[in-house]
Design a protein around this ligand. Structure first.
Ligand code: NAP
Length: 543
């Protein structure tokens, strides 16, 4: 190839039918569905150096999925289900990346994925109904459809604590954990944050660090995960009954194939209630939430679950003062995303672990030697931020996607995201979001939510191609009504009552606060989407 031809090629846009941003669970399935099943020309781009999405970045010690492996997986291929075997009840990040690589190999996906490629912006040419996606590698990509598969929890939230630049040690955010690992032997490590990530992380850090200081702002509930290797007999049974398992996952509220007991926590005597909670505690994991049907809808019922877990924390932690600090009192169990753990509370019984209660003594500044709270300085060699993400909207807004009128998503969503079904937003034609704000997403076992969204979007695109339609976007009224429905569904639960929750955007200073995922249940949501499609895509405007 001559130099001139190469230069011309690198500047002329690549032309495809659809650009997919993100090569995690959602992006890989979108590529498979649109290219392999429907024959579209598709280009996937991802800024990561490998596939895996959230699991490419989250490699902190203890990083493991909270959904159980046999159903935290794709259901679209029976062959894939039979060929792949999971090793543990909850897969760790390495195993999930191996699984996704197996999927990408099997369905020949790699050839249409460009890694290490950051989207710097996108704009829409209304005359041609084409998106132009700009990237940092210099070549634009033009496509009729732009599909974001960027995940809900991808933009790290590093709190703006004064003095971080002065810190002489190293610091890390769990969502950008170095791939080569971090040698913490002999180090004094400070961990900020006790959400799902921090609760997985602390026991692992404590095992290697010289000393671990956990800086806790809000005490959290956690349920023992009870992780264990999967037996051959279990694997065989799963493989023999996969169709039933998948159907089950699709007909329940959270996409997890287990049923919630159809009984109120308030209907039973205290001793019987305790017995049921004990049984669910022994089972472990997110199944604990299924002990009674009203844990997330009735404050008194919720208090029985919260109280049970508080008693478990006091049992597990030997020092009563530390136990008290670790006991949540300001929100009910599962009103924030409930973590699951492996010996989290017991970790505080170790001699090399200290808990700092930031409610009593907030962080004032980071110095060159460590973290200063109102009580004094904690000397540290390493600081680990387990401080979560700018969830739902952060990664979408960072894409710098502009509507035909020049407004970006960030401009349009200043007061919070306006979406219809969480799949499209008014003013942005042919832009589809996989698990966008206003869809069940994080309130569901993610692969179930992802497959439903990808399939719905694919069906909509097929409808357009069959009908010779070039453009689709939601009517503003439809989006307004959907936002009202998202609020209604949230307010029918106790979820909006946890005022510092990332479900509300409350963890990021300055972010507009509104309840972001759809809490009406995955099965119900899927029925609504199907009904909209059957009703000639009610609320969407085609041209
Ligand atoms: P998170 O739930 O938002 O927790 C962040 C923690 O950092 C909270 O304890 C928060 O305290 C604290 N924090 C934030 N800013 C702070 C500040 N300026 N000073 C002191 N503390 C501060 O984030 P996450 O733990 O990374 O989890 C996010 C979500 O990711 C989870 O809920 C879950 O959906 C997902 N996740 C999944 C898995 C899995 O499946 N295996 C594992 C990890 C995470 P406050 O509570 O006071 O705000």
């Amino acid at each position: 190839m001559t130099q001139t031809t190469a230069a011309a090629e690198s500047t002329s846009p690549q032309k495809v039918d659809a650009v997919v941003i993100g090569a995690g669970f959602a992006g890989l399935y979108a590529l498979h569905k649109l290219r392999n099943d429907m024959g579209l020309k598709v280009q996937v781009v991802d800024k990561a150096g490998g596939i895996g999405g959230t699991w490419y970045w989250n490699r902190y010690p203890g990083a493991r999925c909270d959904s159980e492996s046999y159903y935290y997986s794709y259901s679209f291929s029976e062959e894939l289900e039979q060929e792949w075997s999971w090793s543990e009840r909850y897969p760790d990040h390495n195993e999930i990346r191996r699984y996704l690589t197996f999927v990408a190999d099997k369905f020949d996906l790699h050839r249409d994925i460009r890694l290490s490629t950051t989207v710097t912006g996108a704009s829409y040419d209304a005359a041609r109904d084409r998106w132009t996606v700009r990237t940092d590698i210099g070549q634009d990509i033009e496509a009729q459809f732009l599909i974001t598969a960027v995940g809900c929890l991808s933009t790290a939230n590093v709190p703006d604590i004064p003095g971080l630049a002065d810190f002489r040690g190293d610091w890390y955010h769990t969502g950008h954990w170095p791939h080569e690992g971090v040698d913490l032997r002999g180090k004094r490590v400070g961990q900020i944050g006790t959400g799902s990530t921090g609760i997985q992380l602390a026991p692992e850090l404590a095992k290697v660090a010289d000393h671990l200081t956990v800086f806790q702002r809000t005490a959290n509930y956690s349920i023992p995960a009870r992780n264990a290797p999967l037996t051959d007999a279990f694997q065989t049974e799963v493989k023999e009954t996969y169709r039933d398992i998948r159907d089950w996952a699709k007909r329940v509220t959270n996409g997890h194939p287990f049923d919630i007991r159809d009984q109120s926590a308030l209907e039973v005597e205290e001793a019987e209630r305790r017995r049921i909670y004990e049984q669910h505690w022994d089972t472990g994991g997110l199944r604990f939430r299924a002990a009674f049907r009203d844990i997330l809808t009735d404050r008194d019922a919720n208090e029985t679950a919260s109280d049970f877990i508080r008693s478990k924390i006091r049992e597990a932690v030997k020092d009563p003062d530390t136990a008290e600090k670790l006991t949540p009192t300001d929100h009910g169990f599962a009103t924030k995303r409930p973590p699951i753990d492996t010996h989290y509370f017991e970790t505080y019984n170790r001699d090399n672990v200290t808990l700092v209660d930031l409610r009593a003594a907030p962080i004032e500044v980071i110095t060159e030697n460590g973290i200063c709270t109102a009580d004094g300085e904690h000397e540290l060699d390493v600081i680990v931020f387990a401080t979560g993400f700018d969830a739902f909207t952060g990664s979408l807004e960072a894409l710098n996607i502009a509507a035909p009128d020049g407004h970006t998503l960030r401009d349009s969503w200043q007061a919070g995201p306006q979406t219809y079904l969480g799949v499209q937003t008014p003013g942005f034609p042919n832009l589809f979001m996989i698990t966008g704000p206003g869809s069940p997403s994080v309130l569901c076992n993610m692969p179930v939510a992802i497959e439903q969204h990808v399939e719905w979007v694919a069906q909509c695109i097929a409808h357009m191609r069959e009908g010779g339609l070039n453009r689709v976007e939601p009517a503003p009224d439809a989006a307004g009504e959907w936002v009202a429905e998202v609020n209604r569904a949230a307010n029918a639960t106790l979820l909006p009552q946890a005022s510092t929750s990332w479900y509300l955007g409350a963890n990021v200073p300055g972010k507009p606060q509104m309840f972001l995922p759809y809490a009406g249940g995955m099965a119900h949501y899927a029925d609504i989407c199907d009904d909209v499609a059957r009703d000639d895509y009610r609320g969407f405007v085609f041209s």
